[in-house]
Ligand binder design. Structure first.
Ligand code: ATP
Length: 238
């Protein structure tokens, strides 16, 4: 197995407030890897630092064997690393189609973007039905599909998903987990931060438990599902 992403001694925060103290982990190519942990553990901050929207204070991020720690966000997208942020951040006054087009703005994605859009409509037929509708008028679940679709338009090798099921009805969350599995089959590597610990661990080959801005422990998804520390703190089973 080879790592597509290696994070080494990452530190990040907001102004004088350090939130991520010392985080190291790796994402194997082709895997679904998960970051789990409670509210405020630092998962979103890690994701932002990986995407480059938040500057890290220390540590290195190696993507496809190159140090990308100092690259701007769009340069990271152009190398194949895309973030679907928590809260979706779609453009509410633009149509579904326009939102998707924006995802293909980086050089790596400009060719065959129409085909790519068709593929995404194939994955999420609901988006095709609503392609002329403004993003802001979509339901929460549809907006999440659109955010995912926009991320996929950049043809990522690694997709970072931050809390994709937040605020979704259970059925919609189920659909979303099914599409994550499909993306993996299509060859996309996925790093997911989620509070739906049970379903995330069931899907993930590897997972890291983040507590207070540090990796508390890690294992395979199956190992962590069985781990008493996870069962008690994150699955509510003692
Ligand atoms: P959640 O699942 O609740 O989103 P998380 O693990 O993703 O949690 P983060 O969003 O990374 O956690 O937040 C970690 C800490 O950083 C929290 O204490 C939060 O209040 C703080 N924080 C987040 N964003 C900012 C900001 N812009 N300025 C200052 N502090 C922030």
């Amino acid at each position: 197995m080879s790592a597509i992403l290696e994070v080494s001694h990452l530190q990040a925060g907001y102004g004088a407030v350090q939130v991520v103290h010392d985080v190291s982990f790796r994402v194997e190519k082709g895997s679904v890897t998960a970051l789990i942990g409670g509210n405020g553990a630092g998962k979103t901050t890690i994701m932002k630092a990986l995407a480059g929207s938040l500057r890290q204070n220390a540590g290195t991020v190696t993507f496809k064997s190159q140090d990308i720690s100092d690259l701007a966000p769009h340069d990271r997208v152009d190398r194949g690393l895309a973030l679907v942020p928590e809260g979706r951040m779609i453009f509410s006054h633009m149509t579904v189609e326009e939102n998707l087009r924006i995802g293909a703005i980086v050089p790596r994605a400009r060719h065959r973007s129409q085909q790519r859009r068709e593929d995404i409509y194939g994955l999420f037929p609901r988006l095709r039905e609503r392609r002329t509708q403004n993003g802001g008028t979509l339901s929460g679940g549809e907006q999440q599909m659109l955010a995912l679709g926009r991320g996929l338009m950049s043809m990522p090798d690694l997709l970072l998903l931050d809390e994709p099921t937040l605020g979704l009805a259970p059925m919609m969350a189920e659909t979303l987990f099914a599409s994550i599995a499909k993306l993996q089959e299509a060859g996309v590597t996925i790093l997911i931060a989620e509070q739906d610990t049970a379903r995330t661990l069931a899907l993930a080959e590897a997972a890291y438990v983040i507590e207070n801005g540090r990796v508390a422990f890690d294992g395979t998804g199956a190992e962590l599902l069985d781990d008493p520390r996870v069962r008690e703190a994150y699955l509510g089973i003692s």
